[in-house]
Design a binder for this molecule. Structure first.
Ligand SMILES: C[S@@+](CC[C@H](N)C(=O)[O-])C[C@H]1O[C@@H](n2cnc3c(N)ncnc32)[C@H](O)[C@@H]1O
Length: 354
């Protein structure tokens, strides 16, 4: 077992079964052994997974133009905050800034803010965007109209899981087996206030997930955007309304057992976009769109053609492949979704229909 696995097993021995959100939080951000705290370079071909901005510059460029046009539509406010949650290697923001700087006045009107848990990734982000300011949590983002990006951030937040049992729920927890290994278990049935409404659309034995940190963050973002203006583009894998067990572990681009190596593998869960949209009220939300359609509406095909026209041989082939990976339904185009948040009276970010 990994060192963090032993630490978790010892804690279960002492305190009893552990909730899944506690387990996920330890696996991802334990200060000593957490995946994001210890891995030098989890993202990219040499790491464990690849993200949209790491596939192609087109991803960030189009998101940047979408956000910058929200800024222009809302009257080109000065002192605006351009923020990213979980900026990874800083690639997305550097592509966003390059493209959005073509919108007159945008670059001078915004200051860049990153919310990042990993000290190692912070150092990498500083190389790409040296004038950014870093924050531990979104609460400390400064006041002002807030233009925010989050790509594959919400999937990394710890979730709880519940199994429907009659009129109440049994929480899925983690226990130790006879040999000290970690095994899934169920807590006693209890009512869960936040899931009371899900009794209407679930049946005995169904699993529902709840990501409390995501709801808190989105509630704060929604309140800010509704009052100070701005917009948010949230991109992630998931769907509209949580249903079933979606926790997954990834190592070296392969799915692996969730309990196999705590702290050494990436753990995520699908994002429930309906829950985010509900939490963001009084901000308005767009329809949830697939990444493929979102990027197509923003002109990804024309952008790919323009880039390909300037490239030759393998470089040109690579652009075709990147376009396919970002947009095709069998790749990221269908699984990944985009949700926009915006204030009353504003339009949804371009690429998202009202
Ligand atoms: C899957 S990566 C996505 C990186 C980047 N957005 C991209 O698209 O390449 C998740 C990012 O969120 C950060 N992160 C994960 N959990 C976090 C937390 N609780 N608070 C702040 N940052 C977090 C990670 O360190 C990493 O930068």
């Amino acid at each position: 077992m990994s060192p963090l696995g032993r630490k978790i097993a010892a804690r279960i021995e002492q305190d009893g079964p552990m909730r899944l959100d506690t387990f996920m939080a330890l696996c991802l951000t334990d200060p000593e052994h957490g995946y994001y705290t210890t891995h030098t370079d989890p993202i990219g071909l040499q790491g464990d997974f690849v993200t949209g901005p790491e596939i192609s510059q087109m991803f960030g460029e189009l998101m940047g133009l979408s956000l910058a046009s929200c800024w222009a539509e809302q009257g080109t406010p000065n002192g605006a905050i351009l923020a990213e949650l979980g900026p990874g290697r800083g690639t997305l923001m550097s592509d966003v800034l390059r493209a959005a700087s073509k919108v007159p006045g945008f670059r001078d009107a915004v200051s860049v803010h990153f919310v990042e848990a990993s000290p190692r990734l912070r150092a990498e982000q500083a190389r790409k965007v040296p004038d950014a300011t870093w924050h531990d949590t979104p609460d400390s983002l400064p006041d002002g109209p807030l233009f925010l990006l989050a790509n594959e951030f919400f999937d990394a937040l710890p979730i709880r899981q519940f199994v429907r049992t009659g009129g109440s729920w049994r929480e899925r927890v983690i226990s130790r087996d006879a040999s000290g290994g970690l095994v899934p278990d169920l807590a006693d049935p209890a009512p869960v206030r936040a899931l009371a409404w899900r009794l209407a659309d679930t049946a005995e034995g169904d699993i529902v997930e709840l990501c409390e940190p995501a709801l808190e963050i989105t509630a704060m973002l929604g309140a800010r955007i509704a009052t100070a203006g701005g917009a948010a583009l949230i991109v992630d894998y998931g769907g509209w309304r949580s249903y079933g067990d979606t926790v997954q572990a990834m190592s070296r681009h392969e799915y692996v057992d969730v309990f196999s190596a705590p702290g050494q593998i990436d753990l995520t869960a699908h994002v429930d976009f309906e829950a985010l949209a509900r939490a963001a009220v009084p901000a308005r939300h767009s329809r949830m769109e697939t990444q493929g359609v979102f990027l197509e509406r923003l002109g990804v095909t024309q952008r790919a053609q323009a880039l390909a026209a300037r490239a030759e041989g393998e470089a040109r082939e690579a652009i075709v492949t990147q376009h396919h990976r970002l947009t095709h339904p069998d790749e990221m185009g269908q699984l990944f979704k985009v949700l926009g948040l915006f204030p009353e009276g504003a339009s949804p970010p371009p690429g998202l229909e009202p």
